[in-house]
Design a protein around this ligand. Structure first.
Ligand SMILES: NC(=O)c1ccc[n+]([C@@H]2O[C@H](COP(=O)([O-])OP(=O)(O)OC[C@H]3O[C@@H](n4cnc5c(N)ncnc54)[C@H](OP(=O)(O)O)[C@@H]3O)[C@@H](O)[C@H]2O)c1
Length: 228
């Protein structure tokens, strides 16, 4: 897939992986629009992305659902009301938003020459960890949603790519203070671009590729590693 002059909407483009994707794709000649909640962050990131940032897209060729949030909690040691608010936020940002954007944009994107809907999921959508049950469920749901959309596209918009990105631990605000051996967001961005260029339906990034293999040959071992 050639990204030059493609109009790309990236949710959560203010920092972390989204910002890295935006910068890397802008460098390939794409026109980028990013979303975020704070105007100051958006302005700063737009300056960093540079190049072809557009204020009004006037259409979307590629939608990248990247915005995400993870809370850690136990269903056993907090009041339900407190957890319920975190659950709502996680499901809204990680799952409902990609579904809503697909509803609004896919019929229009199907009229483009080379459209793609890229959903950023996680190894934790393949197997869960104990302290983030809803995050993991939202990413597992996103993976299944993405696959079903791909089935629909195959018959109803065969020129559209519907892509699932499965990430390992990445060095961003989301993982600050935890984990080791993290991959940098800039590496993630390059691997996503490489996967899109090759036309892959699923882009398993970095160590997530090992997870894919382990899930096939020793799933119980994979679940044990992930649950920590
Ligand atoms: N980091 C990892 O190890 C890792 C691993 C697997 C998958 N992922 C996935 O990769 C994606 C990017 O993660 P990241 O590590 O780059 O995270 P990050 O550095 O924490 O950035 C999160 C982005 O999502 C946006 N966002 C968060 N909460 C939001 C909300 N309530 N409404 C709207 N936007 C919101 C943020 O925008 P604001 O500027 O408005 O806050 C920010 O741009 C996520 O989908 C995440 O689940 C990450």
């Amino acid at each position: 897939m050639d990204l030059a002059n493609q109009r790309i909407l990236i949710t959560g483009g203010t920092r972390g992986i989204g910002l890295a994707i935006a910068k890397a794709m802008a460098a390939e000649g794409a026109q980028i629009a990013i979303t975020g909640r704070r105007e100051a962050d958006l302005t700063k990131s737009a300056d960093e992305i540079g190049g072809d940032v557009v204020e009004r897209l006037g259409g979307v060729d590629i939608l990248i659902n990247n915005a995400g949030i993870q809370f850690n909690y136990s269903f056993f040691d907090r009041s339900y009301a407190y957890i319920a608010s975190d659950i709502d936020t996680e499901m809204t940002v990680n799952f409902d938003a990609p579904v809503t954007l697909a509803t609004a944009l896919l019929p229009h994107m199907a009229e483009r020459e080379k459209p793609a809907n890229v959903n950023v999921s996680s190894g934790l959508g393949v197997g869960p960890k104990a302290d983030a049950p809803i995050y993991c469920a939202s990413k597992a749901g996103l993976r299944n949603f993405t696959r079903a959309l791909r089935y629909q596209a195959e018959t109803q918009a065969p020129h559209m790519k519907v892509v699932d990105v499965i990430l390992p631990l990445v060095n961003t605000d989301m993982t600050m203070g935890r984990g080791s051996g993290k991959i940098e967001p800039s590496d993630v961005a390059q691997q996503i671009i490489s996967g899109l260029t090759k036309g892959q339906d699923e882009i398993w990034v970095g160590k997530a590729r090992l997870l894919k293999t382990l899930m096939r040959v020793a799933p119980n071992r994979a679940y044990k590693i992930l649950r920590r």
